[in-house]
Design a protein around this ligand. Sequence first.
Ligand SMILES: Cc1cc2nc3c(=O)[nH]c(=O)nc-3n(C[C@H](O)[C@H](O)[C@H](O)COP(=O)(O)OP(=O)(O)OC[C@H]3O[C@@H](n4cnc5c(N)ncnc54)[C@H](O)[C@@H]3O)c2cc1C
Length: 279
Amino acid sequence: MYLRPTTLEEAVHALAESRGTILSGGTDFFPALGDRAVTAPVIDISAVAELKGIHSTGDTITMGGRTTWHEILDAPLPRGFDGLKAAAREVGSVQIQHVATIAGNLCNASPAADGIPALMALDAEVTLASVSGMRRIPLANFVLGNRRTKRRPDEILSAVTVPRRLENSASAFLKLGSRRYLVISIAMVAANLVIDERGKIAEALLAVGACSASALRLRELEQSLRGVPAQPGIGRKVKQQHLAELSPIDDIRATAVYRKEAAQVLVERALESCVERAS
Ligand SMILES: Cc1cc2nc3c(=O)[nH]c(=O)nc-3n(C[C@H](O)[C@H](O)[C@H](O)COP(=O)(O)OP(=O)(O)OC[C@H]3O[C@@H](n4cnc5c(N)ncnc54)[C@H](O)[C@@H]3O)c2cc1C
Protein backbone atom coordinates (compact mmCIF):
# COMPACT_ATOMS: atom_id res chain seq x y z
CA MET A 1 0.00 0.00 0.00
CA TYR A 2 1.32 3.48 -0.92
CA LEU A 3 -0.42 6.59 0.42
CA ARG A 4 0.48 10.23 -0.32
CA PRO A 5 -1.57 12.48 1.98
CA THR A 6 -1.58 16.25 1.39
CA THR A 7 -2.40 17.46 4.92
CA LEU A 8 -0.96 16.60 8.33
CA GLU A 9 -4.45 15.56 9.48
CA GLU A 10 -4.70 13.04 6.61
CA ALA A 11 -1.14 11.89 7.21
CA VAL A 12 -1.61 11.06 10.93
CA HIS A 13 -4.84 9.21 10.13
CA ALA A 14 -3.18 7.27 7.31
CA LEU A 15 -0.32 6.37 9.66
CA ALA A 16 -2.65 5.30 12.50
CA GLU A 17 -4.86 3.19 10.22
CA SER A 18 -2.16 1.54 8.12
CA ARG A 19 0.57 1.19 10.80
CA GLY A 20 2.88 1.99 7.91
CA THR A 21 6.34 3.53 7.53
CA ILE A 22 6.94 7.20 6.83
CA LEU A 23 8.78 8.19 3.66
CA SER A 24 10.06 11.78 3.45
CA GLY A 25 13.17 12.62 1.37
CA GLY A 26 13.99 8.90 1.15
CA THR A 27 17.76 9.38 1.52
CA ASP A 28 17.91 7.10 4.58
CA PHE A 29 14.73 5.12 3.84
CA PHE A 30 15.86 3.66 0.49
CA PRO A 31 19.50 2.88 1.36
CA ALA A 32 18.26 1.09 4.51
CA LEU A 33 16.20 -1.30 2.32
CA GLY A 34 19.28 -2.67 0.59
CA ASP A 35 18.09 -5.36 -1.83
CA ARG A 36 14.77 -5.87 -0.06
CA ALA A 37 11.48 -4.76 -1.59
CA VAL A 38 9.12 -2.47 0.32
CA THR A 39 6.53 -4.71 1.99
CA ALA A 40 5.02 -2.51 4.75
CA PRO A 41 2.52 0.23 3.83
CA VAL A 42 4.30 3.47 2.93
CA ILE A 43 3.01 6.90 3.98
CA ASP A 44 4.79 9.35 1.71
CA ILE A 45 4.61 12.76 3.44
CA SER A 46 6.39 14.68 0.67
CA ALA A 47 3.16 16.42 -0.41
CA VAL A 48 2.26 17.71 3.08
CA ALA A 49 2.93 21.43 2.58
CA GLU A 50 2.27 22.41 6.20
CA LEU A 51 5.36 20.44 7.27
CA LYS A 52 7.50 22.92 5.31
CA GLY A 53 8.78 26.37 6.17
CA ILE A 54 10.55 28.30 8.87
CA HIS A 55 8.78 30.92 10.98
CA SER A 56 9.35 32.95 14.15
CA THR A 57 6.80 33.45 16.89
CA GLY A 58 7.23 35.42 20.15
CA ASP A 59 10.05 33.43 21.68
CA THR A 60 10.72 30.57 19.28
CA ILE A 61 11.84 29.83 15.73
CA THR A 62 10.10 26.81 14.26
CA MET A 63 11.20 24.71 11.29
CA GLY A 64 8.72 22.30 9.72
CA GLY A 65 9.82 18.67 9.84
CA ARG A 66 9.98 18.50 6.03
CA THR A 67 12.37 21.45 5.82
CA THR A 68 15.32 20.30 3.75
CA TRP A 69 18.97 20.99 4.54
CA HIS A 70 19.13 23.15 1.43
CA GLU A 71 16.19 25.24 2.68
CA ILE A 72 18.00 25.77 5.99
CA LEU A 73 21.11 26.91 4.11
CA ASP A 74 19.03 29.23 1.96
CA ALA A 75 17.00 30.81 4.79
CA PRO A 76 17.89 34.20 6.32
CA LEU A 77 18.40 32.73 9.80
CA PRO A 78 20.02 34.66 12.70
CA ARG A 79 23.68 34.09 13.54
CA GLY A 80 22.87 31.59 16.31
CA PHE A 81 21.98 29.21 13.47
CA ASP A 82 25.45 29.42 11.84
CA GLY A 83 26.37 26.04 13.36
CA LEU A 84 23.17 24.46 12.04
CA LYS A 85 23.93 25.90 8.59
CA ALA A 86 27.46 24.51 8.76
CA ALA A 87 25.97 21.10 9.65
CA ALA A 88 23.48 21.39 6.75
CA ARG A 89 26.42 21.97 4.38
CA GLU A 90 27.96 18.71 5.63
CA VAL A 91 24.94 16.45 5.01
CA GLY A 92 25.96 14.29 2.03
CA SER A 93 26.16 16.34 -1.13
CA VAL A 94 24.25 19.27 -2.61
CA GLN A 95 21.88 16.81 -4.32
CA ILE A 96 21.17 15.05 -1.00
CA GLN A 97 20.67 18.41 0.77
CA HIS A 98 17.90 19.32 -1.70
CA VAL A 99 15.69 16.37 -0.70
CA ALA A 100 16.88 15.24 2.74
CA THR A 101 14.85 16.65 5.63
CA ILE A 102 15.62 17.60 9.22
CA ALA A 103 12.92 15.28 10.62
CA GLY A 104 14.32 12.37 8.59
CA ASN A 105 17.78 12.99 10.05
CA LEU A 106 16.44 13.14 13.63
CA CYS A 107 14.08 10.16 13.31
CA ASN A 108 16.66 7.97 11.59
CA ALA A 109 18.80 8.76 14.65
CA SER A 110 22.15 7.60 13.32
CA PRO A 111 24.94 8.26 15.85
CA ALA A 112 26.65 10.12 12.97
CA ALA A 113 23.65 12.30 12.03
CA ASP A 114 25.05 15.81 11.54
CA GLY A 115 21.80 17.55 12.42
CA ILE A 116 21.47 16.10 15.91
CA PRO A 117 24.39 17.79 17.74
CA ALA A 118 23.80 21.06 15.85
CA LEU A 119 20.15 21.13 16.97
CA MET A 120 21.03 19.96 20.50
CA ALA A 121 23.38 22.93 20.83
CA LEU A 122 20.36 25.08 19.94
CA ASP A 123 18.36 23.48 22.76
CA ALA A 124 15.84 22.31 20.14
CA GLU A 125 12.56 20.59 20.91
CA VAL A 126 10.66 18.32 18.55
CA THR A 127 6.90 18.27 18.03
CA LEU A 128 5.31 14.89 17.45
CA ALA A 129 1.84 14.77 15.87
CA SER A 130 -0.61 11.88 15.99
CA VAL A 131 -4.37 11.35 15.90
CA SER A 132 -4.38 11.91 19.65
CA GLY A 133 -2.79 15.37 19.37
CA MET A 134 0.65 16.94 19.65
CA ARG A 135 3.44 16.59 22.19
CA ARG A 136 6.71 18.48 22.38
CA ILE A 137 9.88 17.05 23.88
CA PRO A 138 13.51 18.20 24.08
CA LEU A 139 15.64 16.72 21.30
CA ALA A 140 18.19 15.64 23.93
CA ASN A 141 15.47 13.35 25.42
CA PHE A 142 14.00 12.33 22.05
CA VAL A 143 17.06 10.46 20.77
CA LEU A 144 17.55 7.39 22.93
CA GLY A 145 20.43 5.66 21.16
CA ASN A 146 21.62 4.19 17.86
CA ARG A 147 18.51 4.45 15.61
CA ARG A 148 16.25 4.60 18.67
CA THR A 149 13.97 7.50 19.50
CA LYS A 150 10.96 8.22 21.67
CA ARG A 151 8.75 8.49 18.56
CA ARG A 152 5.73 6.18 18.74
CA PRO A 153 4.92 4.32 15.49
CA ASP A 154 1.77 6.47 15.06
CA GLU A 155 3.64 9.79 15.33
CA ILE A 156 5.00 12.17 12.71
CA LEU A 157 7.77 14.60 13.66
CA SER A 158 6.03 17.74 12.48
CA ALA A 159 8.37 20.51 13.66
CA VAL A 160 11.62 21.44 15.34
CA THR A 161 11.56 24.48 17.64
CA VAL A 162 14.51 26.57 18.82
CA PRO A 163 14.27 29.19 21.61
CA ARG A 164 14.95 32.73 20.39
CA ARG A 165 17.17 33.44 23.41
CA LEU A 166 19.86 31.66 21.34
CA GLU A 167 19.31 33.56 18.09
CA ASN A 168 22.25 35.92 18.65
CA SER A 169 24.54 33.36 20.23
CA ALA A 170 27.95 32.72 18.68
CA SER A 171 27.70 29.39 16.96
CA ALA A 172 30.01 26.82 15.37
CA PHE A 173 29.88 23.25 14.03
CA LEU A 174 32.98 21.19 13.25
CA LYS A 175 33.02 17.77 11.65
CA LEU A 176 35.99 15.46 11.30
CA GLY A 177 35.87 12.80 8.59
CA SER A 178 38.45 10.87 6.67
CA ARG A 179 37.97 13.09 3.60
CA ARG A 180 36.45 16.49 2.91
CA TYR A 181 33.13 15.67 1.14
CA LEU A 182 30.40 13.03 1.30
CA VAL A 183 31.78 11.56 4.47
CA ILE A 184 30.42 9.97 7.62
CA SER A 185 31.73 11.69 10.75
CA ILE A 186 34.50 10.33 12.93
CA ALA A 187 33.55 13.01 15.44
CA MET A 188 31.63 16.28 15.34
CA VAL A 189 30.99 19.12 17.74
CA ALA A 190 28.39 21.87 17.84
CA ALA A 191 28.68 24.92 20.09
CA ASN A 192 26.49 27.90 20.89
CA LEU A 193 27.68 30.59 23.32
CA VAL A 194 25.48 33.37 24.69
CA ILE A 195 27.83 36.22 25.62
CA ASP A 196 26.65 39.03 27.90
CA GLU A 197 27.37 42.77 27.59
CA ARG A 198 30.46 42.39 29.84
CA GLY A 199 31.93 39.85 27.40
CA LYS A 200 31.30 36.90 29.71
CA ILE A 201 29.65 33.61 28.82
CA ALA A 202 26.06 33.67 30.07
CA GLU A 203 25.17 30.29 28.59
CA ALA A 204 27.17 27.58 26.82
CA LEU A 205 25.64 24.72 24.86
CA LEU A 206 28.02 22.04 23.57
CA ALA A 207 27.11 18.77 21.89
CA VAL A 208 29.34 15.98 20.57
CA GLY A 209 28.20 13.51 17.90
CA ALA A 210 29.55 10.19 16.58
CA CYS A 211 31.30 9.49 19.89
CA SER A 212 28.47 7.62 21.67
CA ALA A 213 25.28 5.81 20.67
CA SER A 214 23.58 9.20 20.47
CA ALA A 215 24.95 12.73 20.51
CA LEU A 216 25.57 14.09 24.02
CA ARG A 217 25.55 17.54 25.60
CA LEU A 218 28.66 18.24 27.70
CA ARG A 219 26.71 19.53 30.72
CA GLU A 220 29.64 19.72 33.14
CA LEU A 221 31.75 21.77 30.74
CA GLU A 222 28.74 23.96 29.94
CA GLN A 223 28.33 24.73 33.66
CA SER A 224 32.02 25.42 34.15
CA LEU A 225 32.04 27.99 31.32
CA ARG A 226 29.34 30.19 32.87
CA GLY A 227 30.75 33.58 33.81
CA VAL A 228 34.07 32.91 32.05
CA PRO A 229 35.34 35.75 29.81
CA ALA A 230 34.77 34.92 26.14
CA GLN A 231 38.37 35.38 25.06
CA PRO A 232 40.90 33.63 22.83
CA GLY A 233 42.49 30.76 24.76
CA ILE A 234 39.09 29.58 26.04
CA GLY A 235 39.79 26.15 24.52
CA ARG A 236 42.28 25.54 27.33
CA LYS A 237 39.32 25.26 29.75
CA VAL A 238 38.43 21.91 28.16
CA LYS A 239 39.74 18.95 30.16
CA GLN A 240 39.53 15.24 29.44
CA GLN A 241 37.12 14.76 32.35
CA HIS A 242 34.57 16.94 30.52
CA LEU A 243 34.34 14.25 27.84
CA ALA A 244 34.13 11.35 30.30
CA GLU A 245 30.54 10.52 29.38
CA LEU A 246 31.41 9.85 25.74
CA SER A 247 31.64 6.16 24.83
CA PRO A 248 33.04 6.02 21.30
CA ILE A 249 33.42 2.76 19.40
CA ASP A 250 36.29 1.28 17.38
CA ASP A 251 35.19 0.90 13.79
CA ILE A 252 36.45 1.11 10.23
CA ARG A 253 36.61 4.91 10.42
CA ALA A 254 38.57 5.36 13.67
CA THR A 255 39.49 3.84 17.01
CA ALA A 256 37.69 4.83 20.18
CA VAL A 257 40.86 6.42 21.59
CA TYR A 258 41.35 8.53 18.47
CA ARG A 259 37.69 9.60 18.47
CA LYS A 260 37.89 10.81 22.06
CA GLU A 261 41.06 12.79 21.42
CA ALA A 262 39.59 14.23 18.24
CA ALA A 263 36.40 15.20 20.07
CA GLN A 264 38.40 17.14 22.67
CA VAL A 265 40.34 19.03 20.00
CA LEU A 266 37.09 19.80 18.14
CA VAL A 267 35.45 21.12 21.33
CA GLU A 268 38.46 23.38 21.94
CA ARG A 269 38.38 24.65 18.35
CA ALA A 270 34.61 25.15 18.37
CA LEU A 271 34.89 27.31 21.50
CA GLU A 272 37.73 29.35 19.97
CA SER A 273 35.69 29.75 16.79
CA CYS A 274 32.66 31.01 18.76
CA VAL A 275 34.82 33.56 20.61
CA GLU A 276 36.33 34.76 17.34
CA ARG A 277 32.90 35.10 15.76
CA ALA A 278 31.61 37.06 18.74
CA SER A 279 34.40 39.65 18.64
C1 LIG B 1 24.84 9.51 -0.15
C2 LIG B 1 24.31 9.90 1.20
C3 LIG B 1 25.10 10.68 2.03
C4 LIG B 1 24.64 11.06 3.29
N1 LIG B 1 25.43 11.83 4.08
C5 LIG B 1 25.01 12.22 5.29
C6 LIG B 1 25.83 13.04 6.11
O1 LIG B 1 26.95 13.41 5.75
N2 LIG B 1 25.34 13.40 7.32
C7 LIG B 1 24.12 13.03 7.76
O2 LIG B 1 23.72 13.39 8.87
N3 LIG B 1 23.31 12.25 7.00
C8 LIG B 1 23.72 11.84 5.78
N4 LIG B 1 22.91 11.06 4.99
C9 LIG B 1 21.65 10.60 5.55
C10 LIG B 1 20.39 11.41 5.17
O3 LIG B 1 20.56 12.14 3.98
C11 LIG B 1 19.90 12.34 6.29
O4 LIG B 1 19.80 11.67 7.51
C12 LIG B 1 18.53 13.00 5.92
O5 LIG B 1 18.36 14.16 6.67
C13 LIG B 1 17.36 12.07 6.06
O6 LIG B 1 16.17 12.78 5.67
P1 LIG B 1 15.11 12.15 4.65
O7 LIG B 1 14.03 13.15 4.52
O8 LIG B 1 15.75 11.70 3.40
O9 LIG B 1 14.59 10.91 5.50
P2 LIG B 1 13.91 9.49 5.01
O10 LIG B 1 14.94 8.69 4.34
O11 LIG B 1 12.69 9.83 4.21
O12 LIG B 1 13.51 8.93 6.40
C14 LIG B 1 14.48 8.53 7.36
C15 LIG B 1 13.78 7.86 8.54
O13 LIG B 1 13.04 8.80 9.29
C16 LIG B 1 11.63 8.52 9.26
N5 LIG B 1 10.98 9.80 9.04
C17 LIG B 1 11.25 10.69 8.04
N6 LIG B 1 10.53 11.82 8.22
C18 LIG B 1 9.80 11.64 9.34
C19 LIG B 1 8.87 12.47 10.04
N7 LIG B 1 8.55 13.71 9.64
N8 LIG B 1 8.31 11.95 11.17
C20 LIG B 1 8.65 10.71 11.61
N9 LIG B 1 9.50 9.89 10.99
C21 LIG B 1 10.09 10.36 9.86
C22 LIG B 1 11.43 7.51 8.12
O14 LIG B 1 10.36 6.63 8.37
C23 LIG B 1 12.78 6.78 8.12
O15 LIG B 1 12.78 5.79 9.13
C24 LIG B 1 23.34 10.66 3.72
C25 LIG B 1 22.55 9.88 2.88
C26 LIG B 1 23.02 9.50 1.63
C27 LIG B 1 22.14 8.67 0.74
